[in-house]
Ligand binder design. Sequence first.
Ligand SMILES: [Zn+2]
Ligand SMILES: [Zn+2]
Length: 159
Amino acid sequence: MNNGTCRGCGASIVWIKTKSGKSMPCDAEPVHYVPGGKDRAVTASGNVVSCEIVSGGGEIGYRPHWATCPNAKRFKSGMKTEKCKACGAPVIWKETRIGKVLCDAHPIHYEVGGDYVIVTEDGDTVLRAIVPSGGKLGYRPHYATCKSAENLVDAYKEK
Ligand SMILES: [Zn+2]
Ligand SMILES: [Zn+2]
């Protein structure tokens, strides 16, 4: 197994060689599963099994990353990564209930209990704590992280 990073979302992944000889990117964090079901898991020895992911017990395997990558969803919904006109960082436009918000393209993990502005997958704008892993995935508005924030408004001003 080789460790790596998803180029789409920055998550830690492992490459597992399957029995068919292909390397499959999987979430680095192993999961529990019971055989039989609509989910897929890859065992450490490279067997791809139909299963149901469970929170504990059963067998240990790895989920193919395409099943969990937020970027996979992004492509499906037609969201395109572009470059910030002020600093050049990768950004996306998230559709929210208050209109389109320019966000960092890399999703972050968040949990309750903080005061960072986060745009959720569902387009809600909420105050949350940013955590290194776990919790839920959301997006930070880019104005909070832009390296050229003072030029951001001008760069996007409608002419
Ligand atoms: Zn990913
Ligand atoms: Zn920027």
